[in-house]
Write a protein that binds this ligand. Structure first.
Ligand code: WT7
Length: 700
């Protein structure tokens, strides 16, 4: 299965003339396993190359053929030049991306009605697996369609119209899928906010989107802890009303009473409801559904009508509402799902562990799988509850064949040793996907060997909220993979690597990874701020979409993503901007200034290390550190909690006053080689910071 590249072959001759081969592994290359390759949609690199060539040279042909498999109310444009229209060059006018303009469709119709009409109504769309192993359920395609129709009618009853924004703050339950598809069905733009965000973060997103409708649930268990979503949602609605954005209707799923949990928590949940419920605004999901009809005529959407928005961190600190549109996203979510995981509709059970609150969940829990009539697992819990074997239990029980998770989860599981899978039959697994950050080769190899029993293809999928779907990824039946490399571009994607001056680096080299032309699923704008869209992604290198990541290309043409090159950090797969954290820290009256840098962390990938400069007379105490940490948890989210907060009597700055993060990163990492510090205004601050770091570490 495994071949060795760059092998140095020494043949030594002994007395009996037997050759002894000594192969020295320079770098490992793993060929697609035969059991995956035989059934794959794209077998072998030659097929990939031919398909890729057509996809970038004649996009209308390549995507046109795929589009024909879906339902169009108004047909696709016949003029080739109308199929994809774009301007990627800011110096030549506004950035514009249009696919299949003139056509009309509905993504919900294609995900549900079309499958039911094709006779797949009885197929399971989702096996729902609760946080508590006792809790489980399932929903077929026809049942899902009936619920979506009911909820579409319910939304229309409370006045939701095409183009309205609807905020969603829910746990991983089938109602979340129903809510998003109902929005898509009536043409409302869903804006899902991950259920781990704080009330402040939810309020900011409600306000920015101008959402008048919110859909939530009373609560959910994460492991043994109950999260009171309703309380957070109500607090967010109050905060957004203060900022002038009133939520007129709030629909809440009653989830806690129907799942396994403690009586005490049930009681608390009832008390919370009694305390915060507002009859004028709040409606129960089951009540609005009760008398709603299962018949609903969907709204026909223009190809470029917005489908959803999803916030992602921005380097200025304010989150950006990434806007995706209908037809292009439909094609791209469907096609990437089919090829990156080599989806086999008749046999596969697919499981993506990501929360729907992230783009991974949008494209690869909801839209991609449903557009392919897949059967998936929808998991409410965490991989560590009740034990770290939960994932293997679920794979075994549901015979999962395609599994998609994040490097941070893999690293956290690795800690529990190599025999954790031995009690489970994981032979059903064929493709193992990873996403969220660069995967270190050690974790890749563990995933391949221990989880995949060396019999699976690994898909290291590189992409972003902005890209809508995978943009660099191996294909399971085609690509010989190298641990840690996302390998090659997906169909329609044309990457380049540029140096600081914007010069194209050919062949081996390292620089900024950028993209030359649009693929169907790329974002169309930042909601309400096209200027920010152009400035963030298109201004540094006119003519290209810039992802903000660095990458290197090796001698064999493989692409290796090296991580962010802007002021972003990636903690457990959650992208955050340093500015966002800094702005919370300086809100404290004792803090004058702060600078946040990433430090490597063996499970989270990166952790936050904060330097804070205090105002005169303020004292740096443990209480202050705790307070600052709590502020970040409350204003952003618990997952943003820093690992280190150290006192910084002064920060290293250039003469023009710019904080030298490069130097702070070295100090935080205890790296003595600070590089060139000749531009630093006052280099004496460095010794003080090193000393303060030492003091802090001693106390830890
Ligand atoms: C950033 C995007 C895409 C869904 C999850 C995160 C990093 C993502 C990989 C990968 C190396 C990766 C990049 C990217 N990233 N996947 N396979 N290899 N880096 O979405 O929050 O928009 O974050 O995550 O830095 O820019 P996101």
């Amino acid at each position: 299965m495994q071949s060795r590249m760059g092998a140095i072959l020494c043949n030594l001759c002994n007395e009996e003339n037997i050759f002894i081969f000594i192969a020295v592994a320079m770098s490992d290359v793993y060929s697609p396993p035969e059991r995956v390759a035989v059934e794959s949609h794209c077998r072998g690199m030659e097929t990939y190359k031919a398909m890729y060539k057509e996809s970038v040279e004649e996009p209308h042909k390549f995507w046109g053929r795929i589009a024909e498999q879906f339902f169009w109310k108004k047909p696709l444009p016949t003029d080739l030049n109308d199929f994809m229209k774009y301007n990627f060059n800011v110096t030549e006018g506004p950035i514009k991306i249009e696919w299949m303009s003139g056509a009309q469709t509905n993504i919900c119709y294609n995900a549900l009605d079309r499958n039911v009409e094709n006779g797949l109504g009885d197929r399971v769309a989702f096996y729902w697996v609760g946080n508590n192993p006792e809790d489980k359920g399932q929903i077929t395609y026809s049942e899902l369609l009936a619920d979506v129709c009911k909820f579409s009618n319910a939304l229309e009853n409370i006045g939701v119209k095409k183009g309205d924004r609807v905020a969603i703050y829910m746990p991983m339950i089938t109602e979340l899928v129903v809510a998003m598809l109902a929005c898509a069905r009536i043409g409302a733009v869903h804006s899902i906010v991950f259920g781990g965000y704080s009330a402040d973060s939810l309020a900011t997103r409600i306000c920015d989107a101008g959402a008048k409708i919110l859909i939530s649930a009373d609560g959910v268990y994460r492991g043994t802890k109950m999260i009171k979503l309703l309380e957070i949602a109500v607090s967010a609605m109050e905060k957004s009303a203060e900022q002038g954005q009133e939520v007129t209707h709030h629909v809440c799923v009653s989830h806690i009473p129907r799942i396994t949990g403690s009586d005490a928590e049930q009681q608390k949940n009832e008390e919370t409801i009694a305390r915060v419920w507002n009859d004028k605004r709040d409606l129960w999901w089951h009540e609005v559904m009760r008398d709603s009809s299962t018949e609903h005529e969907c709204a026909w959407m223009d190809a470029e009508d917005p489908l959803f928005m999803l916030y992602t961190s921005g380097s200025t600190g304010k989150p950006k509402g990434v806007l995706h549109s209908t037809a292009g996203y439909l094609l791209y979510a469907a096609t990437t799902f089919k090829y990156s995981f080599d989806h086999q509709p008749a046999n596969d059970v697919y499981w993506c562990t990501a929360d729907i609150g992230w783009i991974t969940g949008h494209s690869y829990v909801t839209y991609g799988p449903l557009l392919n009539a897949a059967t998936s697992v929808l998991f409410e819990g965490t991989p560590f509850h009740p034990t770290h074997k939960r994932c293997w239990e679920i794979v075994n029980e549901y015979r999962v064949s395609k599994f998609y998770t994040a490097p941070t989860a893999i690293r956290a599981l690795m800690k529990f040793g190599d025999d954790q899978t031995k009690d489970y039959d994981l032979s059903c697994l064929k493709v193992l996907g990873t996403v969220g950050e660069p995967i270190n080769p050690e974790a890749w190899q563990w995933y391949h060997k221990i989880v995949g029993n060396s019999q699976c293809s690994i898909s290291d999928t590189y992409w972003q909220t902005e890209t809508g779907g995978h943009i660099i990824t191996p294909l399971p039946g085609a690509t010989p993979t190298k641990p840690g490399s996302a390998c090659f571009p997906f169909f329609g994607v044309v990457p380049e690597i540029l140096d600081e001056e914007g010069k194209v680096i050919e062949g081996e080299g390292e620089g900024y990874i950028v993209f030359k032309q649009p693929w169907p699923g790329i974002m169309r704008t930042v909601y309400g701020d096209h200027d920010r869209f152009e400035k963030t992604y298109f201004s540094k290198f006119p003519g290209y979409y810039m992802s903000g990541d660095g990458a290197k290309r090796d001698k064999d043409g493989y692409i290796w993503i090296t991580g962010r090159i802007d002021d972003m950090l990636n903690c457990s797969g959650h992208l955050m901007s340093t500015a966002q954290i800094e702005s919370v820290l300086v809100e404290h009256p004792d803090v004058a200034e702060s600078a946040v840098v990433p430090i490597p962390h063996n499970i989270k990938g990166e952790a936050l290390y904060c330097f804070v400069t205090l105002n005169q007379n303020a004292e740096f105490t443990q209480e202050l550190v705790t307070k600052l940490r709590n502020m970040i948890r409350e204003k952003i989210a618990p997952f943003a909690s820093p690992d280190f907060i150290q006192e910084a009597p002064g920060l290293p700055k250039t003469r023009s006053g710019k904080i030298m993060r490069r130097v702070l990163k070295k100090i935080a990492n205890d790296d003595k080689d600070l590089g060139d510090i000749s531009t630093m205004a006052d280099s004496s601050v460095v010794d003080v910071l090193v000393e303060k770091r030492r003091e802090m570490m001693e106390k830890k």
